[in-house]
Design a protein around this ligand. Structure first.
Ligand code: NCW
Length: 447
């Protein structure tokens, strides 16, 4: 199975996010983000590092676009740093921030690479956090102001827009589990955040429509098949609730304008009205043009009467990545087919898929054969979904290069290019980059 067997207009790309690669955290008028603050707080990042410099992409973007060209991708997914544009979150605009993204987009287009722009990949302006961040509906307003400015500035050249990256992480990982910025551990707060983010998404889609732009807009969700450990009724109940928490809490609002009843009733019993008005979730279902799917793994659960989700995650046998995520390639097919069946028809993009491994440089080479195998199997399973009639329109590998992996700092390497943090952030192609290039060039087959 070769690249040429995928649809001819299929987008093949790689993905990145602003805080993970840009660095230049306080240059050219950029304001502080919640990730700047979080990473600067001792104890929050496992290896004690920050994104202050990261891959220095802010200064090396031309060189990095040359890497994209070298790979032979026809698309690139990146995110915009909101505090570069609005240092205070709203109000005064920082022209230099806009200049950077204007230049980035122009250079991509010059090289024949189609940009997919994510408006929010987690770096909220810190001044908004002082006023409650995503728990405050003023943040929704500020997000719209920011989105409108980007639509106006880049809407003539960017054809693909994503409002939010992984609202599950924005809400639960950051406000219930406290592992990501702003590091809050309160479930009710997380539910408020999810609500406001979903409403902000719907309003941004509506605002985009109002501008009559030529492009398309959607959202990016991290989705996992959730499997019961056994066929027992109890394990199945656990899987249903866990699926509501991980997947349907976001899928149902954006496609159906409501929360999944099975879990809503649980949360209502515990917290009463976590949002002022549940009905306002309807706003989230403004019709999108596509859904972005980030796929990494599946979850296996068993019944746990003590947990509010009646479930606990079970660590099953099998190969795992350096993130300790199970390698489960058939899951990408399962999730794409399911979305199409239950929520479609809707264009789908695999907006992220990839893996972290313990890559080491030996004699100038990084022989990451596990990553090649991982990608190969996931490409194949995506192809099977397409064959089953699922409209998958593109695939973005996470990530172009090793970068700041949030709470793990630089200790996890997801890149196709190795970044030598000891030698001036030099980018070195891993074997997987060479493999991907050959695949894109139709030189090799996936079998
Ligand atoms: S951490 C995460 N990621 C990685 C990140 O680099 C990227 O920015 C994200 O879009 C790779 O892709 C996404 N996702 C969070 C996964 C959930 C982890 C579950 C932890 C449970 C405690």
């Amino acid at each position: 199975m070769k690249r040429e067997m995928f649809p001819s207009d299929f987008l093949w790309g790689v993905a990145t996010a602003s805080y993970q690669i840009e660095g230049a955290y306080n240059e050219d008028g950029k304001g502080e983000s919640i990730w700047d603050r979080f990473a600067h707080t001792p104890g929050k990042i496992k290896d004690g590092t920050t994104g202050d410099v990261a891959c220095d992409h802010y200064h090396r973007y031309r060189e990095d676009i040359a890497l994209l060209k070298e790979l032979g991708v026809n698309s690139y997914r990146f995110s915009v740093s909101w505090p570069r544009i609005f240092p205070c979150g709203k109000g005064e605009v920082n022209q230099k921030g806009l200049d950077f993204y204007n230049a980035l987009v122009d250079e991509l287009l010059k090289q024949g690479i189609k940009p997919l722009l994510t408006l929010y990949h987690w770096d909220l302006p810190q001044p908004l956090q002082f006023h409650g961040g995503w728990t405050n509906t003023d943040t929704v307003q500020a997000f719209l102001e920011y989105a409108m400015l980007l639509f106006k500035t880049l809407g003539d050249r960017v054809e693909l827009w994503a409002t939010f990256n992984e609202p599950w992480c924005i809400s639960f990982l950051s406000h219930e589990l406290g592992e990501h910025a702003p590091g809050i551990k309160d479930r009710r707060t997380a539910l408020q955040v999810a609500h406001n983010v979903l409403v902000a998404h719907g309003k941004a889609v509506k605002a985009f429509r109002g501008k009559n732009l030529p492009g398309k807009i959607g959202i990016v969700l991290n989705l996992y098949p959730v499997h019961p450990l056994s066929e027992s009724e109890q394990d199945k109940e656990a899987a249903t609730l866990s699926d509501c928490y991980r997947n349907r809490w976001f899928l149902d609002p954006v496609f159906k304008g409501k929360y999944p009843e099975e879990l809503l009733s649980v949360y209502q019993k515990l917290y009463g009205d976590f949002a002022k008005d549940y009905e306002s979730i309807q706003v989230a279902s403004e019709k999108m043009d596509f859904l972005g799917v980030n796929y990494y793994s599946r979850e296996v659960v068993s019944y746990d009467p003590k947990s509010i989700l009646k479930s606990k995650t079970v660590k099953v046998e099998g190969k795992r990545t350096d993130m300790d995520w199970e390698i489960y390639p058939q899951g990408i097919q399962e999730i794409l087919v399911r979305i199409n069946r239950e929520y479609g028809p809707i264009d789908l993009y695999v907006t992220e898929n990839g893996a972290a491994f313990k890559d080491e440089m030996k004699n100038g080479k990084i022989q990451d054969y596990e990553r090649i195998d991982f990608l190969k199997e996931h490409f194949k399973n995506t192809y099977y979904a397409i064959q089953q009639g699922v409209p998958v329109k593109g695939y973005f590998v996470w990530s172009l290069m090793d970068n700041f992996e949030w709470a793990h700092g630089y200790s996890k390497r997801f890149g196709l290019f190795y970044v030598d943090y000891n030698d001036n952030l030099k980018r070195i192609p891993k074997e997987s980059a060479r493999w991907f290039k050959k695949f894109l060039n139709n030189e090799i087959s996936l079998e």
